[in-house]
Ligand binder design. Structure first.
Ligand code: SF4
Length: 177
């Protein structure tokens, strides 16, 4: 494995690809037998796995500001990367986000989690933000999350949606789903 995590201090990133295009791409790349066989083949060849992982890093870094945490949360966060949050919160936003949705650490930037909610809601995936992201396994930094996805090793990254959340949202006057 060729660990290539971005160790610089994270800054909020607005994705360069729309949420709808991201969900569409995910559907095309959804786990199936062909992709699973491809992942198995790649993982049996270390040089090929390094090249594949590097390709994932470069493409996701450009599109989402990916830092290669190895446990990709994008499908459940409106395709806004939570690892670009300066506090690297997997469940956000923090208490410091401004009323205007600005980041506490970088007030000139929009909070990653505000971006996530807006993109998910606008794409009909708002219920994804009701899920709890489980803690990161930091031993997996630098690994390919695409290979993990195709191999079915990412099934427990987040919880199922909470059934009581829509009621809570209605009580708070938020848009029910
Ligand atoms: S959640 Fe992890 S793998 Fe996914 S884009 Fe962010 S840093 Fe990359």
């Amino acid at each position: 494995m060729d660990p290539v995590p971005d160790t610089s201090w994270p800054r909020p990133r607005t994705p360069r690809i729309s949420a709808r295009a991201s969900y569409a791409a995910h559907a095309v790349l959804a786990r199936n037998g062909v992709y699973r066989a491809l992942a198995s083949f790649v993982e049996r060849h270390p040089g090929l796995e390094r090249a594949f992982t590097r390709g994932e890093r470069v493409s996701k870094e450009q599109l989402f500001g990916c830092r290669m945490c190895g446990q990709c949360a994008l499908p459940a966060t409106g395709y806004a990367c939570p690892q670009t949050c300066p506090k690297q919160l997997r469940n956000g936003p923090c208490g410091g986000v401004s009323p205007e949705g600005r980041c506490e650490v970088h007030p000139e930037m929009t909070c990653v989690w505000v971006t996530a909610h807006e993109r998910a809601e606008a794409s009909g995936h708002g219920e994804d933000l009701d899920r709890l992201q489980r803690p990161l396994d930091h031993r997996r930094w630098g690994q390919s999350s695409w290979l993990d996805h195709w191999q079915g090793r990412d099934a427990d990254l987040w919880t199922a949606p909470r059934e009581d959340r829509p009621l809570l949202r209605r009580e708070l006057g938020l848009t029910p789903r």
